[in-house]
Write a protein that binds this ligand. Structure first.
Ligand SMILES: Cc1cc2nc3c(=O)[nH]c(=O)nc-3n(C[C@H](O)[C@H](O)[C@H](O)COP(=O)(O)OP(=O)(O)OC[C@H]3O[C@@H](n4cnc5c(N)ncnc54)[C@H](O)[C@@H]3O)c2cc1C
Length: 233
């Protein structure tokens, strides 16, 4: 699975600028002061305050565009997040390649417990082999059916119905920092979070990659998000 930075205008200073219009008015025309230890501390204090008090709108100024390759079942979960913009490849307009998801060997395979409180444990060697064989067989049969239909002149939009949710897709997604933090709080599992979420591991892998990008671009905001129990403002 791939999550790559395409474009962004994120910065901690955009949050500070947006928040300060409340008290000092517009500052975008002023020459930016070179950051000092004092100004950095002041900005971090303001961002921490906004996060803690859940003054969320200053975190909406900015956008991050990611390119994602992941199975369709991950996209179904990701695209439930409405505070984002999406463009995905079309199985009506292009023929899909035979790219299918197989879980890596360290992916826990056995679900224990009840809904809302599942835990996952490693599979045995036999279970790993079963997953590998069954998924590969199903994928091969599905793709062959897809190709037979295309060869028989059937439209791609009908033939695609044979393909499973393990088929890889690709998309661009654009989010603002507030929407992204909401996504990260729900799609990562952190025992120390104020609200502990239990996402499917595959979307969590993508969320972790997105979070690494976010952390590098907005280190002060990310630190405040962490300090605030990963509650989106
Ligand atoms: C572990 C887990 C299990 C899940 N299981 C299921 C499931 O079984 N079935 C299922 O259908 N979904 C399931 N979901 C999806 C979940 O219900 C949300 O649709 C998804 O997480 C998007 O969250 P969101 O609405 O906060 O995000 P966004 O859509 O990005 O919205 C961000 C925030 O904007 C506000 N907002 C957005 N739209 C509205 C609106 N129309 N009205 C009011 N406020 C709005 C809310 O404050 C929201 O938190 C699951 C999610 C997780 C993380």
């Amino acid at each position: 699975m791939k999550v790559q930075l395409v474009d962004h205008n994120l910065s901690d200073s955009a949050v500070v600028r947006a928040a300060r219009v409340s008290t000092v008015g517009g500052t975008h025309r002023l020459l930016p002061e070179p950051p000092t230890a004092e100004s950095t501390e002041r900005d971090a204090g303001l961002i921490g305050y906004l996060m803690r008090e859940r003054h969320g709108s200053p975190f909406e100024h900015g956008s991050l565009t990611l390119y994602v390759e992941a199975p369709i079942f991950v996209f179904r979960e990701w695209q439930r997040h409405r505070i984002a913009s999406y463009n995905e490849e079309s199985a009506r307009y292009r023929e899909l390649k035979p790219d299918f998801y197989l879980p890596p060997v360290d992916r826990d395979l056995v679900q224990v417990g009840k809904p809302g409180a599942y835990t996952f444990e490693p599979g045995t060697i036999e279970q790993l082999a079963t997953v590998d064989t069954e998924l590969s067989t199903a994928y091969r049969a599905a793709y062959e059916a897809y190709e037979r239909m295309l060869a028989a002149g059937i439209a791609r939009e009908i033939a695609r119905a044979a393909l499973p949710v393990g088929t890889y897709s690709s998309m661009y997604v654009t989010m603002n920092p507030r929407g992204l933090m909401n996504f990260l709080s729900l799609r990562t599992h952190r025992q120390d979070a104020t609200f502990v979420s239990h996402p499917q591991r595959e979307i969590e892998v993508c969320a972790e990659k997105a979070e690494a990008i976010f952390r590098a671009l907005m280190p002060i905001t990310h630190a405040a998000f962490e300090k605030n129990g990963r509650v989106a403002p």
